[in-house]
Write a protein that binds this ligand. Structure first.
Ligand code: COA
Length: 330
């Protein structure tokens, strides 16, 4: 009997808005075409949150409520709620605080964590550590972004890639060795020159000039990011496999961040995992930043079996990157 506490995922929720932005819609907005986008990225369409007064917290609320309903718990039972996001409702307070207010999670402490596209992995490890400490019994980890709020729809380098969405998992203590078992996480802030939002922070506070210079939108040097992402995600998976003595045959599912189909394929190929064991939904949702990994778990949960080894991998702005091993527990 293994008495060590591990953090098992015991429920999953997800939400994507109804409105779709297809490649054909983008053809009408910027100089691009469906064929280019599909062959270079694998994306066919993305979901966009439309409507006044809606924000990232409104993507998260249905995902967390679904998770609670499936597990049969009240929101008041949540001990801690972590939101990974780069598109918080406000600069402060944290979106996690707003979510807890909206769902009535009165007993939870909550905070946001910003690690761009690796945000969910970072938050999952953070949440798992809280469970492993023995101090908390129910930790909700969310990955969510309303990327449409920071995308320049006149910039064809970025507007074809990103979409909106949210996913959430519930972590609970497990004594049989299921759950989040190992993580390798890295960051290198020198990567900020290739991928960032220039203004709106303390370095360049918002002014009329920063708005006119379109500095509140995502800036990306796609080709450079692509190169680092391919290496970062593949290296992280290799490092995790070595650390945990796993071979490709031991991995039932590879769950890669959905940034570009070619990055997914090369990560899978380097890990030796065939594409039929790789979760891929980039064609429907594009890159939802913090949302990609939990949205994959949400869509695939009915196919997962107790004991399956899942390797999650991500790379994102910062740079931040890493990989996490989960032994599926329900
Ligand atoms: N439609 C049509 N043509 C486009 C285009 C678009 N949306 N965007 C760029 N192009 C053109 C370029 O102008 C360039 O033309 P040129 O050869 O005449 O100069 C050509 O297509 C190739 O551009 P390039 O930027 O080298 O394309 P790419 O193959 O690197 O693909 C990305 C661009 C953005 C899809 C790719 O770099 C990428 O996915 N990068 C990583 C993105 C990522 O993972 N970001 C998030 C990290 S979390």
């Amino acid at each position: 009997m293994n008495h060590k506490i591990t953090a098992a995922i015991t429920s999953v929720g997800g939400f994507v808005p109804e409105d779709r932005l297809t490649n054909f819609d983008l053809e009408k907005i910027v100089d691009t075409n469906d064929e280019w986008i599909r062959t270079r990225t694998g994306i066919h369409e993305r979901r966009i949150q439309k409507g006044e007064g809606l924000a990232t917290s409104d993507l998260i609320v249905p995902a967390v409520l679904e998770l609670c309903k499936k597990r049969g718990i009240e929101t008041t039972e949540i001990d801690c709620l972590i939101v990974a996001t780069v598109t918080s409702d406000y600069p402060f307070p944290a979106t996690a605080n707003v979510v807890c207010d909206k769902i009535g999670a009165k007993n939870a402490w909550s905070f946001d964590l910003a690690a761009a596209c690796s945000g969910f992995l970072y938050s999952l490890t953070t949440g798992a550590t809280l469970i492993e400490s023995g101090r908390y019994k129910k930790v909700v980890v969310v990955g969510a972004d309303k990327m449409s709020s920071i995308i320049d729809y006149t910039d064809r380098n970025t507007c074809i890639i990103f979409g909106d969405g949210a996913g959430a998992v519930l972590l609970e203590p497990n004594y049989e060795g299921y759950g989040v078992l190992e993580s390798v996480l890295h960051s290198d802030g020198s990567g900020r020159k290739y991928l960032r939002t220039e203004a709106g922070g303390s370095l360049h506070p918002t002014t009329l000039e920063t708005v006119q210079a379109r500095q509140h939108f995502v800036y990306q040097e796609g080709a450079a990011v692509y190169k680092y992402a391919v290496k970062g995600m593949s290296d992280a998976v290799a490092e995790l496999m070595e650390k945990t003595n796993l071979t490709a045959d031991d991995i039932q599912w590879l769950v890669p961040h959905q940034a570009n189909m070619r990055i997914i394929e090369s990560t899978a190929s380097r890990a030796g995992v065939p594409l039929e064991r790789v979760m891929i939904n980039i064609q429907k949702y594009g890159n939802t930043t913090s949302g990609t990994l939990p949205l994959c778990l949400w869509e695939w949960q009915s196919k997962l079996k107790k004991g399956d080894n899942l390797v999650l991998a991500a790379f994102g702005g910062g740079f931040t990157w890493g990989a996490t091993l989960i032994k599926w527990g329900f």
